[in-house]
Design a protein around this ligand. Structure first.
Ligand code: ADP
Length: 508
């Protein structure tokens, strides 16, 4: 063994002893310091901090006991082990040597081997003590590190040891460790509850189901990671996110209070549910209304036809039998019947748009335009209108509905004319994946605040006297464009004409 790092102070008032011992120890490789009296020994101990002191008891002025007492009462030297060397072999002398703090006692005359063996033992002990001290310091450091990490956590962290009865059943848990976050749920300082028993402290824990959950973690070894609704007889309740892991015969638990998040989530779910229910109710009532509109308009046609027929018959046959007022009344009935017929026809058209099951085809819009123009020929010539088009593309759609769309828009462009002869230009431009069609006129125009209103069913901006109509045409157009996956809108100014736009996806 290499002893060169070990320093030994030899204290003896006999120079021959001093020399003998120092030579012996130097030969063993130790670093040796010498002192011939008590005071010099104290000075050397402070100056060199030896690992061991061999101390003679019987010395003039200051004996070995006194030297040892002083060494032990000075912080710098109190840890140095002292081995007494003495010719005194009385038990009381030995006792006194230990009382003043001596680590060992060797009686003179001594055996060299014994001295060396005892020195070696003390040095080893000293080393072990040193190691222990270092380990202790490290342990304390890592413990305080762990504590600060734990205490900085917003989650509650706790470690429990299971408490078992004689049948080995878990009857409680003892708290081994807990962090500061616990103070958010407990009214006691967190370090005061360490060592306490879970159920003994709070029997309500059993009713909440938390205790059983802990037991199952320890008994099955299966980690729990779940949301848990804590509720007990004191009306305390909270949503917790718990992670519990088995740890020896106990467990480590982390939990976070997620009540606020849960409440927000529940509110969100409830409002989503309400929204979905409203949407479903709306869809259903829309479908019912549509069904009603269809049935009503369809079934009203026959009796209305009969009334119109008889009123016209009366008008023709009984013309001479009635006075002028009677004839006026019959005339009013006929006019109202005709108007009602138009309304019913339009309403039926409107409800047919979304009922249509007709499959979409590739359609040449130039041909659709020509058909619409032909159908409107009477109005065109009556108004001396000019209706022109650019080169139109092919689109995927329902030819009948596209014809209705073109015809309604061109028809309106002629109907809502100004004093000038109507000028209608039907054009198209491509915008990304859509064809955007435009129907431009030089008519009366529309004020901005009415842009939205005119697309709603029965919404008109004029009286029958000014312009006849039912207010269903643009609502039908809106439905047709919707069904074709596009958008319908208007840009206009009063007295400056209008341009109606609708988009249709470019075929892929
Ligand atoms: P109707 O023509 O039967 O009244 P529409 O739904 O086709 O019904 O039109 C709704 C309203 O929109 C019309 O009453 C009219 O006021 C306005 N409108 C539609 N097209 C034009 C247009 N080209 N120029 C000016 N106003 C228009």
């Amino acid at each position: 063994m290499n002893n060169s790092a070990i320093k030994i102070l030899v204290v003896d008032d006999q120079p021959s002893n001093l020399r003998f011992l120092s030579e012996l120890l130097t030969a063993q490789g130790y670093q040796v310091f010498r002192a011939i009296c008590g005071q010099l020994a104290l000075n050397a101990a402070i100056a060199h901090c030896p690992d061991l002191i061999l101390l003679d008891i019987r010395m003039p002025e200051m004996n070995g006991y006194e030297v040892c007492r002083r060494l032990k009462s000075t912080s710098k030297t109190e840890q140095i082990p002292v081995i007494f060397l003495s010719v005194l072999d009385d038990i009381n002398d030995k006792l006194q040597a230990f009382q003043v703090g001596g680590a060992d006692y060797i009686a003179k005359p001594f055996q060299v081997e014994e001295v060396l063996a005892r020195i070696d033992k003390q040095v080893c002990l000293q080393k072990l003590q040193q190691q222990l001290k270092e380990q202790n310091a490290q342990l304390q450091q890592s413990q305080s590190l762990l504590a600060s990490v734990l205490n900085s956590s917003l989650d509650v962290v706790a470690a429990y040891a299971a408490v078992r009865n004689s049948q080995r059943d878990i009857v409680d848990f003892q708290l081994l460790l807990v962090n500061r976050a616990t103070e958010k749920i407990s009214d006691r300082p967190f370090n005061e509850i360490v060592g306490k028993y879970l159920l003994a402290e709070d029997p309500q824990i059993r009713n909440s189901g938390l205790f059983d959950l802990y037991v199952s973690v320890v008994e099955t070894g299966e980690t729990v990671d779940q949301e848990f609704f804590y509720e007990d007889d004191r009306d305390i309740s909270a949503w917790l996110h718990i992670v519990a892991v088995k740890l020896n015969d106990g467990l480590a638990v982390t939990f976070r209070n997620i009540t606020d998040r849960k409440l927000a989530q529940e509110l969100l779910e409830a409002s989503l549910e309400t929204q979905t229910r409203y949407a479903e109710e709306l869809t259903r009532s829309n479908a019912e209304l549509e069904q009603f509109a269809y049935v009503a308009s369809h079934d009203l046609q026959a009796p209305l036809g009969t009334i119109t027929g008889y009123a016209q018959l009366l008008e023709r046959r009984c013309h001479n039998q009635l006075d002028s007022e009677g004839n006026k009344f019959i005339g009013n009935i006929v006019n109202s019947c005709v108007r009602m017929q138009t309304l019913i026809d339009d309403l039926l058209e409107y409800s047919r748009v979304s009922r249509s099951q007709k499959k979409f085809n590739l359609i040449d819009c130039n041909l659709v335009f020509e058909d619409a123009r032909a159908n409107l020929q009477l109005a065109i010539s009556k108004n001396q209108a000019s209706v022109t088009r650019g080169d139109l593309p092919r689109v995927i759609g329902d030819s009948f509905q596209l014809l209705q769309l073109f015809q309604n828009l061109i028809g309106n462009a002629i109907k809502y004319r100004s004093s000038e002869p109507p000028l209608v230009i039907f054009g198209v431009s491509r915008q990304e994946d859509n064809w955007v069609f435009s129907v431009q006129d030089n008519g009366i125009g529309i004020a901005k605040q009415n842009y939205q209103q005119i697309f709603q069913i029965f919404q008109r901006l004029h009286t029958q006297k000014e312009y006849s109509g039912t207010g269903i045409g643009l609502a039908i157009c809106q439905r047709i464009v919707d069904r074709h996956g596009g958008r319908l809108w208007v840009e206009s100014e009063p007295d400056r004409g209008s341009t109606f736009y609708f988009s249709v996806p470019v075929p892929k």
